[in-house]
Design a protein around this ligand. Structure first.
Ligand code: OAD
Ligand code: ZN
Length: 407
């Protein structure tokens, strides 16, 4: 689990690395247990947060970082859809309801109406058309690029981490770990050549984000992807946060001398492990590896963006890598959140219930939830659905067609 103050890239499945390739299922069990054993703290947080009246998200940095762990646990637990987890979830939900009643923490009936008229896609669309939704933040992961032909990481079978046998790694994520890379950079560069940006075209999901920008609604697009397809789709530099860096620059791991995209590309395509012209150490593209800090620009933008957010759209990510995953807890307590993803990440299980008790993470629970909507399925389909309901289908199609002409 990510430590609350961590600024470094961490995967929540890292605890189960000794389990080898079966990271997902092992991670779910391990995370579920550790979350359950944290329940004392969780309860304390929940009371404090609810008493604030604003939910735990209102209490800033500490809560956010805690939420990160809980969120990712929820993602892991979602993979474990056993009846036991569901039953536990029900028990916790009832328990929370009881605590709320006993402590008289329930809000009165005269409270402000929720932001969404209906907690579904139609409600989100109505809100987007209401004039009250001015600042949309989009958060994306590898799932928005799979229809371009780029594998994601964790989808069983097709994901990158299921297909790295030829690299003979101690565990799949080692390919993106700084410690491993220093000892053996070859596997990363072999993979980099295979997946090198430039060979792929943006998807309708990328163009949907561009369309949000064109409509003046996009506050920022936060991406974990290093495929640069956001650039190719024309999303402005100022609107884009590449949380896990990109291939556009590179640095020597020894003397920090910087290298440009063309230099590193030539090296990669010549099947060389790039080495520094000054000191001979290995040169690494500026993509963020596990164990490295995220770019300053990421932290600066996070500090001001999320509190202004009117609508958060999360697309194509398993929400398992920190600190990115915990960003969903940084939006204001009533800010609607729309998930467009094949998997309902962070939804069920004990850990997810605990996180709801703390007011953190995506709930998607019909009984209490007033702001979280899930469009389960392919991102592109979800974006087409939204565009159609918003009356933007021609605009989206135009961007897609123009994009094809350029490629
Ligand atoms: P993951 O592979 O962990 O998750 C991708 C999510 O997208 C999964 O929930 C899929 O079910 C879903 N998905 C895949 N294709 C989809 C589609 N066409 N439509 C809708 N959903 C789809 O990828 P990320 O969450 O991006 O870090 O992974 C996070 C980070 O882990 C990456 O940035 C990478 C990796 O280690 C680094 O390499 C530094
Ligand atoms: Zn050097």
């Amino acid at each position: 689990m990510a430590s609350p103050s961590s600024k470094k890239l961490e995967s929540d499945s890292s605890q189960s690395r000794t389990a080898g390739a079966d990271l997902n299922s092992e991670g779910a069990v391990a995370d579920g247990k550790s979350a359950a054993s944290d329940s004392g703290d969780a309860g304390a947080d929940a009371v404090g947060a609810t008493a604030d009246g604003g939910g735990a998200t209102a209490d800033g940095g500490g809560a956010t970082a805690d939420g990160g762990g809980a969120t990712a646990d929820g993602g892991g637990a979602a993979a474990d859809d056993s009846g036991v987890a569901e039953a536990d979830a029900g028990v916790f939900e009832s328990l929370m309801s009881l605590i709320e009643q006993k402590l008289k923490l329930k809000k009165s009936d005269g409270e402000e109406p929720p932001v969404l008229q209906s907690v579904d896609v139609a409600g989100v669309v109505a809100f987007m058309q209401s004039g009250r939704c001015k600042n949309i933040i989009t958060m994306a992961g590898a799932g928005i690029s799979t229809s371009a032909g780029i594998p994601d990481f964790r989808s069983p079978g097709s994901g990158l981490y299921s297909n790295l046998q030829k690299y003979d790694l101690p565990y799949p994520e080692a390919i993106f770990e700084l410690g491993f890379f220093r000892q053996n950079p070859q596997p990363f560069f072999t993979l980099a050549k295979e997946l090198y940006p430039g060979s792929f075209n943006p998807t309708p999901s990328h163009f949907f984000v561009k369309l949000l920008e064109e409509k003046g609604l996009l506050l920022r697009h936060y991406t974990q992807n290093i495929d640069t397809l956001e650039h190719v789709a024309g999303i402005s530099e100022s609107k884009l946060i590449e949380a896990h860096g990109s291939f556009r620059t590179a640095h020597c791991l020894g003397c920090r001398k910087s290298y440009n995209q063309d230099w590193i590309k030539d090296e990669v395509f010549a099947d060389r492990v790039p080495s520094c012209e000054s000191c001979g150490a290995v040169v690494k593209p500026d993509i963020v590896f596990f164990g490295e800090a995220l770019p300053d620009r990421f932290y600066k933008a996070v500090a001001t963006d999320f509190r202004k957010c009117d609508l958060l759209i999360v697309m194509g990510t398993s929400l398992t890598v920190q600190p990115f995953a915990s960003l969903i807890d940084n939006v204001p307590p009533k800010c609607p959140r729309l998930l467009i993803n094949r998997d309902a990440v962070g939804v069920t299980g004990v850990a997810a219930t605990l996180q709801r008790l703390m007011g953190k993470g995506q709930a998607f629970q019909p009984s209490k939830n007033k702001r979280d909507v899930a469009l389960i399925g392919d991102c592109d389909d979800g974006c087409f659905t939204l565009a159609r309901q918003l009356g933007w289908q021609d605009d989206l199609q135009r961007l897609i067609t123009e994009g094809k002409k350029k490629s």
